[in-house]
Design a protein around this ligand. Sequence first.
Ligand SMILES: Nc1ncnc2c1ncn2[C@@H]1O[C@H](COP(=O)(O)OP(=O)(O)OP(=O)(O)O)[C@@H](O)[C@H]1O
Ligand SMILES: [Mg+2]
Length: 328
Amino acid sequence: MDEMLLEIKHLKSYFFTRKGISPAVDDVSLQVPKGKIVGIVGESGCGKSMTAKSVMDLLKYPGRVAGGEILLEGRDLTKLSEKEKRKVRGEDISMIFQEPMTSLNPVVKVGKQVREAILNHQKMDKAEAKKRVIEVFRQVGISEPEKRYECYPHELSGGLRQRVMIAMAMVCRPKLMIADEPTTALDVTIEAQILKLIKNLCDTTGMSCLLISHNLGVIAQMCDYVYVMYAGKVVEQGDVFTLFDHPQHPYTKGLLASIIHLDELPERLSTIPGVVPNLMHLPEGCAFCSRCSEAMECCKTKKPELHDLGNGHVIRCFLPAEREAAHE
Ligand SMILES: Nc1ncnc2c1ncn2[C@@H]1O[C@H](COP(=O)(O)OP(=O)(O)OP(=O)(O)O)[C@@H](O)[C@H]1O
Ligand SMILES: [Mg+2]
């Protein structure tokens, strides 16, 4: 059994708007073992980023965690004080986003920004901190680190900026890195380098990673375990081989079928007909029902619970139970 670093249990993160409640994350349970890479995949708007932001306590009003637990080594992060949360964000968990330009301060040299990240959380003098920055720059494959230290963000390429962000995320040696579409803004060659870097850092430092992507190719190449989300819920989960070799949920099958057509529809998961339903007006039954090629009568009126297929492979669908019933 893997030792768990992060355990999300029955997380609910809702938006409380004047028009109604939007259940962006609805009863999501997810586990990240130590040293492993866990992926979340799904179409746009299914709740991937909201799940990540809940862990980092970065939900913006009117969104907030409305229920559930987020355990980091057994400690419930939702119960911490602001001060304790800040400490967790600085020392235990760090997050990298899609567009590094928005996370970097354009008027401060990148080296200094990373140095500040150290000084905010660790007792170290400036000279020592600078040394550590240069060391981490080297570790994340930034060539001529002393020279790059003095650069402003706009003087660096997109790939280098993302390396700076990864360096910033790594300086305090976090236990968990949350990477939300970390390479979506980069071209394919640079993307491959950055992904290799993240995997390498996990392998060599024992860090865990929660990797969010709408790209199944990225997930397949990087992850040990995968969670597929749809309309705020986990609809399938399993280890990466099971999930890609034996997908069971019609949604996962649809997503996988769409990568085969990648040359026609690059990067788009649009071969499943129809659209994701509006979260404020979810159908009575299964949220995927109207798009599902295998939908049955019960799917229109009842919401499927998670069904355990064994060996950590779980799906939210009536099909397995139906099949079992048919064989009895
Ligand atoms: N300010 C808001 N008010 C109400 N609902 C919101 C707000 N922001 C986001 N949501 C809801 O949260 C849902 C989940 O959004 P989230 O950002 O987690 O999606 P995602 O899976 O990360 O998508 P993407 O692939 O596009 O990044 C959205 O579908 C939307 O309905
Ligand atoms: Mg997102």
